[in-house]
Design a protein around this ligand. Sequence first.
Ligand SMILES: Cc1cc2nc3c(=O)[nH]c(=O)nc-3n(C[C@H](O)[C@H](O)[C@H](O)COP(=O)(O)O)c2cc1C
Length: 142
Amino acid sequence: MLTELLYISEAVEYPAKPIDFGHILSRARQRNSDAGVTGMLIFHKGKFIQLLEGMSQGLTGIYNDYIQTDPRHKSIQVVAQGAIHARSFGAWSMGFAEPAAMQASMPLSLEKVIYQLMSDEAQKSRPSAGVVEMTRLYQQVR
Ligand SMILES: Cc1cc2nc3c(=O)[nH]c(=O)nc-3n(C[C@H](O)[C@H](O)[C@H](O)COP(=O)(O)O)c2cc1C
């Protein structure tokens, strides 16, 4: 079954400790493509938002074995999880955006989208809402 999982988490010791995104992403992209997992990772002001999509077995394996156990982040909260009909990030083994680092070229509405994703409302909404927001965000950032 094709599923999605959206979670938010906090970087450990941010901003004192720099995050090596190159390292995280190269490992993640290799493993994700082997497991048929696609998605997008956003890092904004010390928080991660990550959407993963894939067949449930592959996705659960990646999440349980590598993401949940990674000491680089804490307070991991699953915002949405469930079956989907199609992938939204099919071409991305793991897209990445750091909106704060692109502030100059950043559309005003981007901040709003990020806060929406992290709000209580987003957490109560149905799973596909996460995909919709991440897709919109990606379109604005790229
Ligand atoms: C925010 C965040 C997102 C991650 N996303 C993925 C992912 O999508 N797929 C994956 O296999 N690992 C993911 N990881 C795990 C890391 O890529 C991986 O475990 C780490 O780089 C391993 O490096 P090390 O074994 O050299 O310490 C993520 C880790 C963090 C902190």
